[in-house]
Design a protein around this ligand. Structure first.
Ligand code: PLP
Length: 408
C-alpha cells in the first residue's frame, strides 16, 4: 500500500472510531465552529496585554467570550475569570473561601461537601482538613442524589462552605444545587457549585443573592482542553492562586489562552442557541439505546436516578452483572473500536484500579460496581453507532459469560 493510501485508510478508520466514542463526560470533540474559531486565530499571536493595535482586538475577543459565557452560566460577564479548566477553577474557589481566615484558625471552621464530588474538590478539601478544617462528607441516597434535609442537618454556626456539584460525572444524576442555593439565602454560607458537567449542556438558573462560585470547563462542551473558568457572585472575594502580571483583574495571572478563549466563545454561543435541541437529541439516543438493549436480552442494571427530571439524558451508568467491567471495556475497545469508560476518567489515572467512590457512596453492591460502565453521548452520537454498541455489548457479554461458564 502506498503511503497516501495508508494515510487515507487510517484517517477513515480514525473517523469511524471517533463515531464509536461514548465517553462524552470525559471530554468532547471540538465543535466545527469552535475548531473554525481556533483555526482563524492561529496567526493572531499578539499578547492581549500589549497596548498596540495588533493586540486590541484580542481584548475585545476576551470580553466577548465572557459575555457568551455569562449567558450560559446565568451571571455577569465581569465576574467570570478564565482559568485552565475545571480543576483549577475548583481549587481557586475553595482557596478563596479559606484564604479569608488566618491559617492557624482553620479548626474553627466547618465545611460540607457531597461524598460524590470530583477529586479536584475532594482532594482540595482533604488538604484543608489536614490543616485543621472540620469537614463533613454527605453520602447520597441510593439513587445518587443528595438529600437536602440530611445536608441541612449538618450545618452548624461554624459552617463557612458547602460544595455541591450540579451533575455527577459518573452517574449523570442532577443534584439539588438550585434548591440548596435558595435555602442558603441570608445565611452567609458560601456555596460552591462544580458545574463542569452542566455548563453548556444543561440550563442553569441565575444565582445572585448568596456568596457563590461556579466552575466550568470548555472541553466538556465541545471547546478545547486547557480553558475553563470560574463565575463568582458579588458577595465573594477571590484570592488568586497564581500571582504575576495581574491578568484577569489581578485574580489569575498568566498570559491569556487566546486560542482556547476563541474556541470557548464559539462553543458557548452554539450551546446557548442549541441547548434544547441537543437535550432532546440526547434523550432520543438514550431511549434508543435502552430499547435496543431491552430487545437484545442483555441483563443490565441502571445505577442512579431513573426519573428523567433528575438524570442527565446523555449519561448512563450501567452494570452488567457477572461481567468484569474492565474486561468488557477492553474487548469493546480492541475488538470493535468502541470507547466507553469504567467510571470517572480522572480516577483512571491511579495505578491500582479503585472502586468508584461515587457508587460506593451510593451503597451499590460490589457486583454492580465491578460490572459498571459509564456510557455518555453527545449530539455528535448517531443512531447507527448506538446499534453497533448494543451489538458489540451482546457479543462480548456472551463471550465473557461463556468463558466463565454462564449464559446471557
Ligand atoms: N469536575 C467534574 C465534575 C469533572 O467531571 C471534571 C472532569 O472530568 C472536573 C471537575 C475537572 O475538569 P478539568 O478536566 O477541566 O480539569
Amino acid at each position: 500500500m502506498s503511503r497516501n493510501v495508508t494515510c487515507a485508510f487510517s484517517a477513515a478508520k480514525d473517523a469511524h472510531m471517533t463515531m464509536l466514542y461514548f465517553d462524552f463526560n470525559a471530554t468532547t470533540p471540538l465543535s466545527h465552529k469552535s475548531k473554525a474559531a481556533i483555526l482563524g486565530m492561529l496567526d493572531q499571536f499578539a499578547n492581549p496585554s500589549s497596548k498596540y493595535s495588533l493586540s486590541r482586538h484580542l481584548t475585545t475577543l476576551i470580553k466577548g467570550a465572557k459575555d457568551s459565557m455569562a449567558q450560559l452560566v446565568g451571571g455577569d460577564a465581569q465576574r467570570i475569570i478564565f482559568t485552565s479548566g475545571g480543576t483549577e477553577s475548583n481549587n481557586l474557589a475553595l482557596h478563596s473561601v479559606f484564604s479569608q481566615f488566618p491559617a492557624t484558625q482553620l479548626s474553627r471552621y466547618h465545611a460540607i461537601c457531597s461524598a460524590i464530588e470530583h477529586s479536584s474538590i475532594l482532594e482540595t478539601l482533604f488538604w484543608y482538613q489536614k490543616k485543621g478544617l472540620n469537614l463533613t462528607l454527605i453520602e447520597p441516597k441510593e439513587n445518587g442524589r443528595i438529600d437536602l434535609e440530611k445536608l441541612n442537618r449538618t450545618i452548624t454556626p461554624q459552617t463557612c462552605l458547602i460544595a455541591l456539584m450540579a451533575i455527577n460525572n459518573e452517574t449523570g444524576v442532577i443534584q439539588p444545587y438550585d434548591e440548596l442555593a435558595v435555602s442558603l439565602k441570608g445565611k452567609g454560607i458560601h456555596l460552591h457549585i462544580d458545574a463542569v458537567q452542566a455548563v453548556g449542556k444543561w440550563p442553569l438558573p441565575r444565582f445572585d443573592d448568596i456568596p457563590l462560585t461556579l466552575s466550568f470547563s470548555g472541553h466538556k462542551f465541545y471547546a478545547p482542553k486547557g480553558i475553563g473558568g470560574l463565575y463568582y457572585s458579588q458577595q465573594v472575594k477571590i484570592y488568586p492562586l497564581l500571582h504575576g502580571g495581574g491578568q484577569e483583574y489581578g485574580l489569575r495571572s498568566g498570559t491569556e489562552n487566546t486560542l482556547g478563549i476563541a474556541g470557548l466563545a464559539a462553543a458557548a454561543e452554539e450551546a446557548c442557541q442549541e441547548l434544547p435541541q441537543r437535550l432532546q437529541y440526547c434523550q432520543k439516543m438514550r431511549s434508543h439505546f435502552l430499547n435496543q438493549l431491552d430487545k437484545s436480552g442483555i441483563n443490565y442494571h441502571l445505577n442512579g436516578e431513573t426519573n428523567p427530571e433528575f438524570q442527565a439524558p446523555w449519561t448512563l451508568n450501567i452494570s452488567f452483572p457477572g461481567i468484569r467491567a474492565e474486561a468488557l471495556a477492553n474487548r469493546l475497545d480492541l475488538c470493535h473500536g468502541i470507547s466507553v469508560s469504567l467510571g470517572s476518567a480522572c480516577s483512571n489515572n491511579s495505578t491500582s484500579p479503585k472502586r468508584s467512590h461515587v457508587l460506593l457512596a451510593m451503597h451499590a453492591p460490589y457486583s454492580y460496581i465491578d460490572s459498571a460502565l459509564r456510557i455518555s453521548f453527545g449530539h455528535f452520537t448517531e443512531l447507527w453507532a448506538i446499534n453497533v454498541l448494543v451489538n458489540a455489548l451482546q457479543q462480548e457479554i456472551q463471550h465473557l459469560l461463556t468463558m466463565s461458564g454462564e449464559q446471557i
